[in-house]
Design a protein around this ligand. Structure first.
Ligand SMILES: *Cc1c(COP(=O)(O)O)cnc(C)c1O
Length: 422
């Protein structure tokens, strides 16, 4: 008895894949320019047909990759085939993740690192030489500042800090030795948004490359490359991974500009394990959904805090009271899940009582994961700084940083309501 497809279909059956020696469908998905963010984060960078016919990427636990023969090796070293060679230079899991990250930022290329700090160090070490200078806006992640001011200095690179958003001061600090302008947007922890159009324009006018650390914004809320910024950096530990379960970093930009950065990464060695890359790939699939909730929670909680009598001041780009609100509204789709606020008439001890009274957020550094986090910068990141230094960096004793997770905002607000009674 005949079963299966009618025989007349045989003539229409797809032709056999060409004998390339590669499995069919090994081409990686490259999104079209009109493709939505979730479509990109689900499919970009992945092969349609994967080893074992698995729908998800297998975790390639391989430190090295084998060649069938000397002829096979020659084909690779002579640039006639694309494949993996050794784990420090690349891995199939890394290809998938880099394809997604580039697509999300609208970039030609992305390089993934073992942490956000490894990414910033990797880029600056690749681009700067002794005698070069960089200019950066002063509100920034404290370890980035420390790397530039303390460590780049050891290699003869001069760093100049200017007040965040002060473009006149930035231009005044630029001289023929200046090679890079660096800023975060929004900044951590003051959530100041920098006008990216102006930032990129200053770079172009002086022929200096520009770098934006957009960790707090993510490509859901802003895509700096569309404004002409050369390099975008994210600590993927935060929203991109999104589950408080991994560390990673990424630099996005043009393939040409990133070529030297990629080859230095192969030497510095700040790469991810295949397991870590798989976690990041999985986290990225729900990126847009999570960001929508983070933005919603951030806005609602910021508005709740601003209206509360125990709160003296709230830093959140989505509030009209934030000095850079107009820039944020003009350039951002949403304002993220990070909120910094100051408790009214409270010293550091009274402030810490509120941190301790909160039941839902966990006390920890970091941000951007599904679990809400709370911390007092004085006791957390800035404990080893003097009172005078904290004053310079704008870290007040009564400051609390709240990173909204994806919990339901009614529950987070009810919890904050009771905590603010402490
Ligand atoms: C966390 C963070 C970093 C550092 O990233 P890691 O992944 O922790 O190394 C850099 N910049 C900003 C804005 C951050 O929040």
């Amino acid at each position: 008895m005949a079963t299966g497809l009618p025989t007349e279909m045989d003539s229409n059956s797809p032709s056999k894949p060409e004998a390339t020696g590669k499995p069919s469908g090994s081409r990686r998905h490259v999104p079209s320019s009109t493709q939505g963010m979730s479509t990109s984060s689900v499919h970009a960078g992945e092969q349609r047909q994967k080893p074992g016919d698995s729908i998800t990427d297998p975790i390639f636990c391989a430190s090295t990759f084998t060649f069938q023969s000397t002829a096979d090796l020659l084909e690779y070293v002579e640039g006639r085939s694309e494949r993996e060679e050794y784990g420090r230079y690349g891995n199939p899991n890394e290809k998938s993740v880099e394809g997604k990250l580039a697509a999300l930022d609208g970039a030609e290329s992305a390089i993934v690192y073992s942490s956000g700090m490894a990414a910033i160090v990797g880029l600056l070490m690749a681009k700067l030489n002794a005698g070069d200078e960089i200019v950066f806006f002063d509100q920034c992640y404290h370890r980035s500042r420390e790397f530039c001011a303390k460590h780049l200095a050891r290699f003869g690179v001069v760093t100049r800090q200017v007040p965040t958003g002060d473009f006149a001061a930035m231009e005044a600090a630029i001289n023929p030795a200046t090679k890079m302008l660096v800023s975060e947007s929004p900044t951590n922890p003051h959530l100041t948004t920098v006008d990216l159009e102006q930032f990129a324009a200053v770079g172009k006018a002086h022929e200096v490359e520009t770098l934006i650390d957009a960790t707090l914004a993510t490509p859901y809320n802003i895509r700096p490359i569309e404004y002409g910024v050369d390099y975008v950096l994210h600590s993927a530990t935060k929203y991109m991974g999104g589950h408080n379960d991994l560390l990673a970093g990424v630099i996005c930009g043009s393939a040409e500009k990133l070529e030297s950065v990629r080859s230095l990464r192969g030497i510095l060695g700040g790469v991810n394990s295949p397991h870590n890359l798989y976690l990041l790939e999985r986290g990225l699939k729900t990126f847009e959904l999570r960001m929508q909730r983070h933005n919603e929670n951030g806005q609602r909680i910021a508005e709740f805090l601003e209206a509360h009598p125990r709160v003296a001041r709230v830093y959140y780009p989505g509030l009209p009271s934030h000095p850079s609100h107009a820039t944020a509204v003009a350039q951002m789709r949403g304002f993220g899940g990070l909120i910094t606020f100051e408790v009214a008439n409270a010293d550091w001890k009274e402030t810490s009582k509120i941190v301790d009274a909160a039941q839902l957020p966990r006390i920890a550094p970091s941000l951007g994961g599904v679990e809400s986090l709370i911390e007092q910068p004085l006791v957390m990141s800035y404990f080893n700084y003097s009172a005078a230094e904290r004053k310079v960096f704008g870290i007040a004793d009564n400051m609390i940083r709240y990173s909204c997770g994806i919990e339901n905002s009614d529950d987070l607000i009810a919890d904050l309501e009771q905590a603010l009674k402490a």
